[in-house]
Design a protein around this ligand. Structure first.
Ligand code: S3P
Length: 464
C-alpha cells in the first residue's frame, strides 16, 4: 500500500531530521479482524500506580509506544524497578511517598500525559525534578497543572513564553507533606484531574477535585483497584466530586490493559469510508468517557456494533464490528467533546466524505494538543479539496457525499507537525482519495500506535 517516497520527499525529510515520509494510496475494501495496541491513558496509569504500590505488580497489554516508554523511564529514574519480558511488564513499586531524587533531567519526548501526571506525582515528594520535551511538548501549556499544584505547596520554575504561558523546560520542587486541596477544574482535563489526585496520594487529609464536565475516569477506577480510599459523588448541579484520602497505601495489582479506542478510531473510520469494507477491531475499551466518537459515527449513519461485551480490569471492553456505510453530516454537540477529545482529527476526515454539513464547536482545547489540531486538519483537508472552514473553536465541513478527496497540487505533502493523530488521520484520508496522500512524517505514530501502517496493510491484503 505504501509507495516508495520520491527523491524530493526523502530530501525534505532529511532536512526535517528523522522524519519518515509516506504515501497512502487509494485502497480496496478493508476486510478481517484486527487488534490495536493497549490504551495509552490506562498504560501510563498502570505504570505509575504500580510504581507506588509496595511489591510486585504485573501488567499485560501495555502500550509499548514512545509515550508510555517515556513514563516507564521516568519512573525508573525515580527508583521504581520496571522490567519487561515478552509482553509482560513487571513493576516493583517504591510505595506512596517513596520516589527518589533522579540524577538527571527527565526527557518526556512528545508525551503531555507523562509530564502532567508526573508533575503531580513529584509535587508531594521531597524531590526536585526537571522535565524536558520535544518541540511539540515544549509549546504546550503547563500552567493548568502548575496552578493547583502550587496551591498544594509545590514550587515551579518554568520557561515563560512571549504570550505568557508556562512551558517546558520546567523544574518542580515538591513539598512533603503537601497541603490537601479542593479544586474545581477550570478546563475539562483528565490530565489535570489526575495530576492533583496523584499529588493527593502522598498528602495528609482529603484532596478533592470537582469536575463540572466529566473527563476520562481511568485514574479513579484504577486508584480504587489499587486499594485507595477514593469516592465519586454527583452533586445537584451534575458536578462530579472526586475525594481521595491521602497518605494512601496501594496494594500491587495484576492489570490487563484493553485496546485503545483512540487507536481503534482509525481502522473504524477507514472501514466506514472505504466501500465494501467489513472489519472487527477486537478487544477495545468502550468506557463511556472515551467512546464519544463511536456514538457520533453511529448518528452519522455508521454501521458500528459492539460484540462480545465484557469487563477487563474494571473497564468495559468489546469487539467493534464495522461495515462500510454512507455517512451524513451532523451538528456534533459540544458536550460530547471530552469523551472524544483525541478523535476529532479522524472525525473531520469522516465528515469530509459524508453527505452534507458537519458542524463542530467547543473545541478550543484542540489548539493545545500535540499540534493545533483545528488548523492542521483544516489546512490538510483543504489541500485535499475538502470544503472546510475554520472557526475559533471548531471546524465546519461540507462533505463530498462519498466523492474521493483529491490533492489540489502535484506533490502536495501533508504536514503532521509532530502529531501522531494528524499523521494517522491523513493516512486514512489517503485510502479514500483519488490521488493518494503524501504525509511528511509518520514517525510520530510511534508514540501511540507502533505498527499502524502494518495493521492497515494487513486489513487490505485479504482483498488483493
Ligand atoms: C489524557 C487526557 C486528555 C487526552 C490525552 C490523554 C489522559 O488530555 O487528550 O491524550 O490520559 O489523561 P487532557 O487532559 O488535556 O484533555
Amino acid at each position: 500500500m505504501i509507495k516508495k517516497p520520491t527523491v524530493q520527499t526523502i530530501l525534505d525529510a532529511k532536512a526535517a531530521g528523522n522524519a519518515k515520509p509516506a504515501y497512502f494510496s487509494p485502497a480496496g475494501p478493508l476486510i478481517g479482524r484486527t487488534r490495536v495496541p493497549g490504551d495509552k491513558s490506562i498504560s501510563h496509569r498502570a505504570l505509575i500506580l504500580s510504581s507506588l504500590a509496595i511489591g510486585k505488580s504485573e501488567i499485560s497489554g501495555l502500550l509499548e509506544g514512545e509515550d508510555v516508554l517515556a513514563t516507564a523511564a521516568a519512573l525508573r529514574a525515580m527508583g521504581a524497578k520496571i522490567e519487561q519480558k515478552d509482553n509482560l511488564w513487571t513493576v516493583h513499586g517504591v510505595g506512596v511517598g517513596g520516589l527518589m531524587q533522579p540524577e538527571t533531567a527527565i526527557d518526556l519526548g512528545n508525551s503531555g500525559t507523562s509530564v502532567r501526571l508526573l508533575m503531580g506525582l513529584v509535587a508531594s515528594h521531597d524531590i526536585s525534578v526537571t522535565f524536558l520535551g520535544d518541540a511539540s511538548l515544549s509549546k504546550r501549556p503547563m500552567g493548568r497543572v502548575i496552578d493547583p499544584l502550587t496551591a498544594m505547596g509545590a514550587d515551579f520554575t518554568a520557561r515563560i513564553t512571549a504570550d505568557d504561558q508556562a512551558c517546558l523546560p520546567l523544574t518542580v520542587r515538591g513539598l512533603c507533606p503537601a497541603v490537601p486541596l479542593e479544586y474545581r477544574l477550570p478546563v475539562a482535563s483528565a490530565q489535570v484531574k489526575s495530576a492533583i489526585l496523584l499529588a493527593g496520594l502522598n498528602t495528609p487529609g482529603i484532596t478533592r477535585v470537582i469536575e463540572p464536565v466529566p473527563t476520562r475516569d481511568h485514574s479513579e477506577t484504577m486508584l480504587k483497584g489499587f486499594g485507595a480510599d477514593i469516592s465519586v459523588e454527583i452533586d445537584g448541579q451534575d458536578n462530579r466530586i472526586i475525594s481521595l484520602v491521602g497518605e494512601a497505601e496501594l496494594e500491587p495489582q495484576n492489570i490487563t490493559v484493553p485496546g485503545d479506542p483512540s487507536s481503534a478510531a482509525f481502522p473504524v473510520v477507514a472501514a466506514l469510508l472505504v466501500p465494501g469494507s467489513d472489519i472487527v477491531v477486537e478487544n477495545i475499551g468502550i468506557n463511556d468517557t472515551r467512546a464519544g466518537l463511536f456514538t457520533v459515527l453511529q448518528e452519522m449513519g455508521g454501521d458500528i456494533r459492539f460484540e462480545n461485551r465484557r469487563t477487563v480490569g474494571g473497564e468495559p471492553v468489546a469487539d467493534i464490528h464495522v461495515k462500510h456505510s454512507k455517512l451524513k453530516g451532523i451538528d456534533v454537540p459540544a458536550g460530547i467533546a471530552p469523551s472524544m477529545i483525541d478523535e476529532f482529527p479522524i472525525l473531520f476526515v469522516a465528515a469530509a466524505l459524508a453527505e452534507g454539513q458537519t458542524i463542530t464547536s467547543g473545541l478550543s482545547e484542540l489548539r493545545v494538543k500535540e499540534s493545533d489540531r483545528l488548523s492542521q486538519m483544516a489546512e490538510g483537508l483543504i489541500m485535499l479539496g475538502a470544503d472546510v472552514s475554520e472557526n475559533a473553536d471548531g471546524l465546519t465541513i461540507n462533505g463530498s457525499g462519498g466523492k474521493p478527496l483529491r490533492a489540489q497540487t502535484d506533490g502536495a505533502m501533508i504536514k503532521t507537525a509532530l502529531d501522531h493523530r494528524i499523521a494517522m488521520s491523513f493516512a486514512i484520508a489517503g485510502l479514500v482519495s483519488e490521488t493518494g496522500v503524501s504525509v511528511d512524517d509518520m514517525s510520530p505514530t510511534e508514540t501511540s500506535f507502533p505498527g499502524f501502517s502494518d495493521m492497515l496493510a494487513a486489513l487490505q491484503s485479504s482483498t488483493r
